[in-house]
Write a protein that binds this ligand. Structure first.
Ligand code: IMP
Length: 181
């Protein structure tokens, strides 16, 4: 059921996303030239972003994925992180770039950085499409940020609310005044 749809407001449009990804790709291409990095997409939310980013990069990369759950069906983090799928490419000695949809409290990213460090990569950086600094509980280094956004619950462009809205080509938010019960 997509009962939230009428309450969705646009926040970042498709052309704005495309343009920002072009800029991020340029930066990443410059930083990783000749390094054959492994991009580790964080499922499910980063799948659209990763797909667009790799095609803009135009340098050879390998792609792997982790699946982490921390949210369940609520809009608040449970703080409980479970690794549901781990990388399969050996990361020892590789240049690894984590590709995230959103860094919110920072708990997921902090946990993931510690997890991936144990695989002894040559370098480890983080690229996040969205950064919601207002709700940060753990400081985490984000090397590439697409957009810094206010404290809103967002959906679209791969990002869901209870599995809905991932297919939207824009990022929208659930209008505040209409979320009260
Ligand atoms: P964190 O551990 O609180 O930083 O949350 C990270 C994860 O929570 C993200 O990768 C998203 O999957 C999810 N998340 C955080 N904010 C939102 C949001 O506004 N909409 C949908 N998912 C979100």
């Amino acid at each position: 059921m997509r009962s939230l749809e009428p309450k969705l407001r646009p926040l970042i449009g498709p052309e704005q996303i495309r343009q920002r990804i072009r800029e991020l790709a340029q930066e990443i291409r410059r930083d990783y030239a000749q390094q054959y990095p492994v991009l580790v997409g964080v499922l499910k939310g980063a799948f659209v972003f990763l797909a667009d980013l790799v095609r803009e990069l135009r340098i050879p990369v390998e792609c792997d994925f982790v699946k982490i759950s921390s949210y369940g069906k609520n809009t608040e983090t449970s703080g409980q992180i479970t690794l549901q799928l781990d990388t399969t490419i050996p990361l020892a000695g590789r240049h690894v770039l984590v590709v995230e949809d959103i860094v919110d409290t920072g708990l997921t990213t902090a946990w993931l950085i510690e997890h991936l460090k144990k695989k002894t990569p040559a370098s480890l950086r983080v690229c996040a499409l969205l950064d919601k600094p207002a709700r940060r509980r753990l400081e985490v280094p984000i090397d590439y940020v697409g957009f810094r956004i206010p404290d809103r619950f967002v959906v679209g462009y791969g990002i869901d609310c209870a599995e809905a809205f991932r297919e939207l080509d824009y990022i929208g938010y659930v209008a505040q005044e209409e979320t009260a019960p």
